[in-house]
Ligand binder design. Structure first.
Ligand code: SAM
Length: 296
C-alpha cells in the first residue's frame, strides 16, 4: 500500500471509498510525512513496544507505527473507516484494528492481552472534542503506561505544559504534571491536515512519572482544592476555596494556612506550584481533622 503521508495517496483512498468526513468525530487526517516522522521519533518507539493508537482514521500514522513497533492496536469509532483500514494496513500482521469507542474500551485488558501488563505507549492524532477525557482517563487509570504522545489543539498543549504565574497555568497543568512530565515537541499548522482544522495544533509527549512528584494523603482533596482555586481565577484562594460548596474550609483557615506556609494570605491559585498545593491540601486536611476531633 502506498505511503499515506503523501497527500495524493490520502486523497486517492478517500475518493476510492467515497469517504465523507464526520465533524462529530473530529476527523482531520494528517497529510504531512515530516510531522508523522516527528511524532514517531518523539514517541521513541522500538521493536519491543506495544502501541495503542487512538483514532487511526485511514491508517496513515498506523503505517508508520507498524513499521517501528512490535505490535499496534488501533481503536477507531467510525465503522465507515474499518473497510478502508482493512486495505491500507493489509500488509502488516502486527496491527489489530478495533471498531470501538476509546472512552468505553477496557485498556487495562488490552495492555494485559497484548503487552503482558507491561507499560504501553499511546500515540495518536487525537479527536479534539475528547482530548481531556482521553488523556486524564489514561493518566488517572491504573493502566500501565510509559508515555502518551499526541497531537492536540495547540492551546491545550500549552495549558498542559503551563507553569505557575503564566496565563496557561491552571487545573489541567497541575492534573497532567502530577502524573507526567509534559514536553511540546512540535507545533503543527492547519495545512498539515485534510480537512484543515480551524485551530493550530501541537504534538506533546507526556512521560508518565515513576513516582508522583508530591506526596499527599488525600489526592482527591488536593484536586478539589485545585479545581476550586481556578474556577474563579481572579479571586484569591481564600475566596475561591471558601466559595466551593464541596469544600468545608473557611476564609480564615485558608489565610492562616497560607501564612503558615510563608505564602501571602491574599495569594491566587495561579501563584502556587504543585508542591505548594500539596502542602496547602495536607495542612487544611490536618486542620479539618483536628477541629472535628476538638468538636467531638
Ligand atoms: N490518525 C488519523 C490521522 O492522523 O490522519 C486520524 C486522526 S483524526 C484527528 C481522529 C480520529 O479519531 C478519527 O479517525 C475519528 O473517527 C476517531 N475517533 C473520534 N472519536 C473516537 C472515539 N471516541 N474512539 C475512537 N476513535 C475516535
Amino acid at each position: 500500500m502506498a505511503n499515506l503521508g503523501v497527500p495524493k495517496n490520502t486523497i486517492a483512498v478517500i475518493q476510492k471509498y467515497g469517504f465523507l468526513f464526520q465533524k462529530k468525530y473530529g476527523q482531520n487526517f494528517l497529510i504531512d510525512s515530516h510531522v508523522l516522522e516527528k511524532i514517531i521519533a518523539a514517541a521513541r518507539i522500538t521493536k519491543e513496544d506495544f502501541v495503542l493508537e487512538i483514532g487511526p482514521g485511514i491508517g496513515t500514522m498506523t503505517q508508520y507505527l507498524a513499521e517501528r513497533a512490535r505490535a499496534v492496536t488501533a481503536v477507531e469509532i467510525d465503522k465507515n473507516l474499518i473497510p478502508i483500514l482493512g486495505e491500507t494496513l493489509a500488509e502488516y500482521d502486527n496491527v489489530t484494528v478495533l471498531n470501538e469507542d476509546i472512552l468505553k474500551i477496557d485498556i487495562m485488558e488490552l495492555a494485559g492481552r497484548y503487552n503482558e501488563g507491561r507499560p504501553i505507549k499511546v500515540v495518536a492524532n487525537l479527536p479534539y472534542y475528547i482530548t481531556t477525557p482521553i488523556i486524564m482517563g489514561l493518566l488517572e487509570s491504573r493502566v500501565p503506561l510509559d508515555s502518551i504522545t499526541v497531537m492536540v489543539q495547540k492551546e491545550v498543549a500549552q495549558r498542559m505544559q503551563g507553569k505557575p504565574g503564566t496565563e496557561e497555568y491552571g487545573a489541567l497543568s497541575l492534573a497532567v504534571q502530577y502524573y507526567a512530565e509534559p514536553e511540546i515537541v512540535a507545533n503543527v499548522p492547519p495545512n498539515c491536515f485534510i480537512p484543515r482544522p480551524n485551530v493550530g495544533s501541537a504534538v506533546i509527549r507526556l512521560t508518565k512519572h515513576k513516582e508522583a512528584p508530591v506526596r499527599v494523603a488525600d489526592a482527591e482533596l488536593m484536586f478539589r482544592i485545585i479545581r476550586a482555586s481556578f474556577n474563579q481565577r481572579r479571586k484569591t484562594l481564600q475566596n475561591s476555596i471558601n466559595n466551593a460548596p464541596e469544600l468545608p474550609f473557611s476564609k480564615e483557615q485558608v489565610a492562616r494556612t497560607l501564612e503558615a506556609m510563608g505564602l501571602p494570605p491574599l495569594a491566587r491559585g495561579e501563584a502556587l506550584s504543585l508542591e505548594e498545593f500539596a502542602g496547602l491540601s495536607e495542612r487544611l486536611c490536618l486542620e479539618a481533622t483536628s477541629e472535628s476531633v476538638k468538636g467531638t
